[in-house]
Design a protein around this ligand. Structure first.
Ligand code: CO
Length: 207
């Protein structure tokens, strides 16, 4: 029931104020998150819940299949605000196994506008065709493709003028690629960090 949501909210707000009367006063005055999260819109991968972070601790951008399109004004605006104004220290691209967006990208039939959105995933799959071919099941191929896509999105981020300018002025800022397992609720580091112009220059875009 929709009314449950409003009721839940009142209960939550009251509980917070009971524990800490100044809780909302402090939050309203300032947000200083250390993290920017770029994740999938999938309802099963809520950034705050799976990382145990509180309101005010993570700035969040989500879209279908956690993609970093170079001309996406929505994502670029979020990135610029997070990097230049909030001065986050970490940008995390988080994909997840069993991603419906990745699966849809590899299906032969049309879905709609989403087929345009998901084109980078098909490009990554074409590039990694030799590796993906050896995996036994469609599920394993899609899960590996999720991971390859996260790495590719980290590279796309590293090549944005926003991040290059931040590193050029000496900002302490690190990009990370993670993948989340729907079946066990665990996050895994894909070890594709980028933390400098030098590291960014070493990365080549996949697609
Ligand atoms: Co997804």
């Amino acid at each position: 029931m929709l009314s449950d949501l409003l009721q839940n909210n009142r209960r939550w707000s009251e509980g917070r104020r009971r524990d800490d009367p100044d809780y909302f006063g402090r939050l309203a005055a300032l947000q200083r998150p250390e993290y920017l999260w770029i994740g999938c819109s999938d309802s099963r991968v809520p950034a705050n819940v799976i990382t145990g972070l509180e309101p005010g601790e993570v700035f969040v951008h989500r879209n279908i299949a956690n993609l970093v399109h170079r001309g996406d004004l929505n994502l670029l605006s979020v990135l610029e605000f997070a990097v230049d104004i909030l001065e986050v220290r970490h940008v995390i691209v988080c994909g997840h196994h069993g991603c419906g967006g990745v699966r849809a990208a590899m299906e032969p039939h049309r879905h709609g506008v989403i087929d345009h959105w998901l084109q980078p995933i098909r490009d990554i799959a074409d590039n990694a065709e030799a590796e993906l071919r050896h995996l036994a099941t469609g599920e394993a191929r899609n899960d590996r493709l999720c991971e390859l896509s996260v790495r590719s999105q980290v590279t796309n981020l590293a090549r944005t003028p926003i991040l290059r300018d931040a590193w050029a002025r000496g900002a302490d800022l690190r990009l990370h690629g993670w993948v989340y397992g729907l079946s066990d609720g665990l996050l895994h580091d894909l070890h594709c960090d980028v933390d400098s112009l030098l590291a960014a220059d070493a990365r080549r875009p996949v697609a």
